[in-house]
Design a protein around this ligand. Structure first.
Ligand SMILES: [Zn+2]
Length: 311
């Protein structure tokens, strides 16, 4: 009897031990024991928050006004990355200064790139490189939401039903956003749909919503605009009598202001049509601090700046 009791005791300790190991691996997260998700850009974090609800806690390293092309991981980021249950990043060389860090993390951590869910034929190629700014075509961000859903389920299978429900309702909002953006773009004549910004972040936006797009810098802010770029673009703007240029929240307005001055010296009064959120969302807690809010703000600002009214 005593022996049986001992065996039972040993068995229950072993079983309890196993259970504990499983828990620390994160098989069961809840509102009280949240999954820690770390993302690079805020746009990924926002989608994760919408799908994960209160089972997850999201930290996005790159907040309002931060340029992801130039961002280097800080010491506190590394601490969070090493403790995270799930890491999500864009890829396609957007986070170009974090390549080594992400590469290292991929060997030890649960990490997923959005680029894996975007078919290669969907990607735009500029100067022999894929353009990383995929989020400006809302249909791409629907694909991104699928990647995020899958990653959350893999990390926390017990939350699958909730994640799928949240995802379905968020996808519906993205479909509405895509339609809103298309309809709004159509309110200005095709010949006025020319978008000039500080850097080439809007190629996917242009393809999806019918705009010709010209950025003063290339698809990465790492390369600076040269004086011949300013001259050529100033000629183009003057010739086409483009009404407005747009500054970007994550890029210094200096280059766009120089371009405006160059156009004005050619006798055409081009305006600054407002600030667009390109590679970072607005402040947390504001409408523009969400992906849907940022896209809505951008299309509203662009249409207001390029429409014939008020000129
Ligand atoms: Zn960019």
């Amino acid at each position: 009897m005593k022996r049986f009791f001992l065996i039972a005791l040993v068995l229950s300790v072993v079983l309890l031990g196993c259970q504990k190991v499983e828990n620390t691996k994160g098989s069961s997260f809840s509102a009280a024991n949240k999954m820690s998700v770390v993302t690079t850009i805020g746009m990924i974090g926002d989608v994760a928050t919408n799908i994960g609800g209160d089972r997850i806690e999201v930290y996005s390293m790159m907040g309002a006004g931060v340029d992801p092309h130039l961002y280097k991981a800080k010491a506190q980021d590394l601490t969070r990355l090493n403790k995270a249950d799930l890491i999500l990043y864009n890829g396609i060389h957007l986070e170009s200064k974090m390549g080594d860090v992400l590469e290292k993390l991929s060997k030890t951590q649960n990490i997923k790139a959005i680029e894996n869910g975007i078919p290669e034929e969907t990607l735009i190629t500029v100067d022999q490189a894929h353009d990383p700014h995929i989020w400006f075509d809302v249909s791409n961000w629907m694909l991104a939401s699928n990647v995020i859903l899958e990653a959350l389920i893999n990390t926390d299978p017990a939350g699958e039903v909730i994640y799928r429900e949240n995802h379905a309702s968020y996808r519906k909002k993205l479909e509405d956003l895509d339609k809103y953006t298309k309809d709004k773009a159509m309110t200005i004549p095709k010949e006025n749909r020319i978008l000039i910004t500080a850097h080439d972040a809007f190629n996917y936006f242009g393809r999806a919503y019918g705009f010709e797009v010209q950025g003063l810098q290339g698809i990465s802010t790492v390369d600076e605009a040269g004086t011949s770029d300013v001259r050529d673009l100033a000629d183009f703007i003057t010739k086409n009598q483009i009404r407005s240029l747009f500054v970007e929240s994550s890029v210094s307005p200096k280059s766009i202001k120089a371009l405006q001055a160059a156009v004005q010296s050619r006798g055409w009064d081009v305006e600054i049509g407002g600030e667009l959120f390109s590679d970072a969302m607005g402040n947390t807690g504001t409408r523009e601090g969400t992906y849907i809010g940022m896209v809505t703000h951008n299309i509203d600002t662009i249409v207001a700046g390029l429409s014939l009214e008020g000129k």
